[in-house]
Design a protein around this ligand. Structure first.
Ligand SMILES: *[C@@H]1O[C@H](CO)[C@@H](O)[C@H](O)[C@H]1NC(C)=O
Ligand SMILES: *[C@@H]1O[C@H](CO)[C@@H](O)[C@H](O)[C@H]1NC(C)=O
Ligand SMILES: *[C@@H]1O[C@H](CO)[C@@H](O)[C@H](O)[C@H]1NC(C)=O
Ligand SMILES: *[C@@H]1O[C@H](CO)[C@@H](O)[C@H](O)[C@H]1NC(C)=O
Ligand SMILES: *[C@@H]1O[C@H](CO)[C@@H](O)[C@H](O)[C@H]1NC(C)=O
Ligand SMILES: *[C@@H]1O[C@H](CO)[C@@H](O)[C@H](O)[C@H]1NC(C)=O
Ligand SMILES: *[C@@H]1O[C@H](CO)[C@@H](O)[C@H](O)[C@H]1NC(C)=O
Length: 447
């Protein structure tokens, strides 16, 4: 086993996996010239997380000065320094929010509550390695409460809607969603259903996809399913029958008076870009699908960052050796924060603390030509460059004419995982495509 701890493999933060090949791991010789994007920490996992929170500044989710200040408190490679840096900051911004009279300044109150909610969420991000940690739940309630206040002060208040999944491989469960109207009247508008990824909270989706959708007078609904942050806290692990989550949402949209049910789009962000096709294979009332990164085989993409000795143990069914190799290296600095985190979220999201069987289960989350054939004629837009094979799978299963593939460029600042921080480029391209699909549809210009 010792040999593993001596492999100075630059395991890049999972979250930052798309940046992996272009940038360096924790290194005193960090050279920005060779990075996908300028890193805010020598620890690439932390750097990615700061970058993600910075990007929320685009639409009221954070302020750049605040995030850059928090970043001064986080010590590279020290996971314990992450929680207090964000939590203490969140408490202070929350106090500011409480001091604003929303009857006088609703926009000010809204923005302060949005920021506090963001920083509360961030604080517990790396605590998922201990499901008994009470902060995982208590601070989550704080982030939800501040977010609820923030969306109540939107010009058209956001709605928290809890839907019921009547049946699934794990029986019935609740689907937490937020619905944001694309206009202040009840015109029937197109609607984008936005699904998050492996670990991303849906609240942050308001600030990125939804902001870009709403400004075009399109409704936006976000949701989380089993394994994702809020349903996981209710005890639900990831499931592969993702249509069990998406179908009740489409049913719900069909009951609303402000939804054009002929124009319902499914957007999958990151790992959501794997889950969305699984749902679309069974749910055929969609008008289009947008995969913002994502991939047909998540485990394979993660495995590509592990030393071959590790995946070799798994391939050879060496259960005990594989378990030991993972568990003994979780806090090995040579493996980096990203290695710790991908396993921490995997144990948590799958509700399985044993590396071997959790890894085996992760292998069930795949789609292929068969899935693509079931999806049929649905127009699909696949964004980004690291997942060329996804494009190929679709081409094999469905017609090329209904598939669009677009690579956003590192040279234009869009090379990060899901192109965070370059949303203007992503959504201009996506909506131009959607307009074509919808016969020259003209979008609004509302916020
Ligand atoms: C960037 O990478 C290239 C190719 O690997 C290398 O030659 C160059 O020295 C690197 N630049 C810096 C500043 O490290
Ligand atoms: C890591 O950060 C925590 C919290 O800030 C601190 O108490 C601890 O001393 C740090 N550990 C190291 C090794 O720097
Ligand atoms: C997990 O958190 C609980 C509650 O704070 C604590 O009692 C326990 O020691 C922690 N477990 C580990 C493995 O750190
Ligand atoms: C519920 O779903 C499971 C698996 O998806 C299926 O086996 C079962 O028959 C379903 N039950 C009902 C009542 O639909
Ligand atoms: C393990 O198996 C996978 C899937 O068959 C394969 O892609 C990979 O190359 C194998 N890795 C090693 C180190 O044997
Ligand atoms: C596609 O994946 C499914 C499981 O999701 C599997 O049952 C099927 O055999 C695969 N098909 C091909 C062609 O690989
Ligand atoms: C593309 O989609 C259209 C409309 O949904 C359909 O009529 C057509 O057959 C599809 N083309 C292919 C090659 O699947």
């Amino acid at each position: 086993m010792k040999s593993f701890s001596r492999i100075a493999l630059p395991i890049i933060g999972f979250a930052a996996w798309s940046a992996a090949q272009a940038s360096s791991a924790i290194s005193p010789t960090y050279a920005p010239q060779n990075s996908t994007i300028f890193q805010l920490s020598a620890d690439p996992e932390f750097a990615f997380l700061f970058e993600a929170t910075l990007s929320l500044a685009e639409n009221e989710g954070s302020n750049t000065g605040e995030v850059l200040r928090v970043a001064t408190k986080v010590i590279s490679g020290n996971i314990s320094s992450y929680y207090p840096a964000y939590y203490n900051f969140a408490e202070k911004i929350h106090a500011i929010a409480e001091g604003i009279d929303p009857a006088v300044d609703p926009a000010g109150a809204r923005e302060a509550y949005f920021h506090a909610s963001t920083y509360y969420r961030d604080s517990v991000y790396l605590l998922v390695n201990n499901a008994s940690d009470p902060r995982l739940y208590s601070v989550w309630d704080q982030q939800l409460a501040d977010f609820a206040k923030a969306i109540s002060f939107l010009p058209v208040p956001g709605e928290r809607v809890i839907l019921k999944a009547p049946n699934s491989s794990i029986g019935p469960f609740d689907i937490p969603t937020y619905y944001y109207k694309g206009s202040d009247c009840d015109d029937r508008l197109p609607t984008v259903i936005v699904g998050t990824g492996y670990d991303g909270p849906q609240e942050e989706l308001y600030h990125l996809p939804c902001a870009n959708i709403l400004k075009r007078s399109i409704n936006c609904l976000t949701y989380e399913g089993p394994g994702q942050p809020t349903p996981r806290r209710a005890g639900h692990a990831f499931i592969t029958d993702w249509n069990s989550v998406v179908t009740p949402i489409v049913d719900y949209l069909h009951t609303r008076k402000d939804v054009d049910t002929t124009r319902i789009v499914l957007l999958g962000d990151s790992f959501g870009g794997l889950l969305a096709p699984l749902a679309a294979a069974k749910e055929h009332r969609l008008s289009a699908m947008f995969l913002l990164d994502g991939l047909p085989n998540f485990r394979q993409a993660v495995a590509a960052q592990f030393p071959p000795q590790l995946t070799g143990l798994y391939n050879d069914s060496k259960v005990d050796e594989f378990n030991q190799a993972i568990l003994q290296n979780l806090n090995n600095p040579e493996f980096g924060t990203g290695f710790f985190y991908i396993w921490a979220y995997t144990f948590w999201g799958l509700k399985n603390p044993e590396p071997y069987s959790a890894w085996k289960r992760l292998g069930d989350f795949v789609w292929n030509e068969t899935t693509a054939a079931e999806i049929g004629n649905l127009p699909v837009y696949v964004a980004k460059g690291r997942v060329r094979r996804q494009h190929d799978s679709f081409r094999a299963g469905a017609g090329e004419e209904n598939l669009t593939y677009h690579e956003f460029l590192t040279s234009l600042g869009a090379g990060e995982h899901t192109s965070i921080g370059a949303e203007a480029q992503i959504y201009a391209s996506f909506f131009a495509w959607l307009s074509e699909i919808w016969g020259g549809y003209k979008f609004g210009n509302s916020r």
